[in-house]
Design a protein around this ligand. Structure first.
Ligand SMILES: [Zn+2]
Length: 246
């Protein structure tokens, strides 16, 4: 295998590795997005539940007031029965006053109950609106979560295809060169092989010394950028527009 072909294999290996890094980053974003969707639904459900609790509280209070009113009413009835049996005016006046107080209390509690009924109606309407919001959120989330499952399957398939392509390309480069490639890749943010365009290294944007630029045009040695140490090549030398003469 010629060096030119090895360089071509490295160039393609680099593309595969970059693409794989992109797919892996996308795959990492999926669980994050899933958590965001679920948190959104949880917030809507919490708002709906809080309003349900509020309604339950109002209704409990209403029932307790209604019980109070019923008990007071029974008392008044009993006292009214007793009024007929009272002989002294003083006792009569005292009991009448008690009855009066109990009636007034009942009236004011009844007013409060009416207010609670209005409040309960308002909260019921608010629950309906929140329920609608929650339903919308849940069905939207359902749809998006299904999309995420599909995307995960796509990621898995793409990574498998890239793995296979990578393994094939790796056989075209000798182990020592492959190790060199991997070492540079680790130290240089995932990019070990880079083009030189117009005398400039695309990896670090520094000028390549003219003597190296001349060597690169021949594409029959592996050269490194003196500044960033990446493996450098001139694209038109590695992949000429027309096949080079033998
Ligand atoms: Zn460089």
């Amino acid at each position: 295998m010629s060096l030119r072909e090895k360089l071509k294999a490295l160039e393609e290996l680099q593309q595969v590795d970059i693409e794989q890094a992109v797919v892996q980053a996308e795959a990492l974003a999926v669980p994050r997005r899933r958590a965001e969707i679920e948190a959104g639904v949880a917030v809507a459900r919490k708002a709906w539940e809080a309003e349900q609790d509020r309604l339950a509280g109002i209704e409990r209070e209403k029932r307790s007031q209604e019980q109070t009113v019923a008990a007071e009413r029974d008392k008044v009835k009993k006292w009214e029965g007793r009024l007929a049996e009272i002989r002294t005016p003083r006792e009569y006046a005292a009991l009448s006053r008690e009855i009066d107080i109990a009636r007034k209390t009942n009236e004011s509690v009844g007013e409060q109950t009416k207010l609670l009924t209005i409040q309960a109606d308002e909260v019921t309407r608010s629950i309906e609106a929140l329920q609608e919001k929650l339903d919308e959120k849940e069905s939207g989330a359902q749809e998006e979560l299904e999309g995420l499952v599909r995307r995960e399957a796509e990621h898995t398939a793409r990574i498998a295809a890239l793995d296979a392509r990578r393994a094939e390309l790796a056989t075209r480069v000798e182990p020592a060169l492959l190790t060199r490639y991997e070492n540079i890749r680790k130290r240089r943010g995932g990019v070990a092989v880079t083009q030189v365009v117009g005398g400039t290294c695309r990896g670090c944007n520094r000028q390549i010394p003219p003597q190296i630029a001349i060597i690169l045009v021949r594409a029959n040695t592996i050269e490194n950028c003196p500044s960033c140490n990446r493996i450098i090549y001139v694209p038109e030398a590695v992949s000429p527009a027309s096949p080079p003469a033998a």
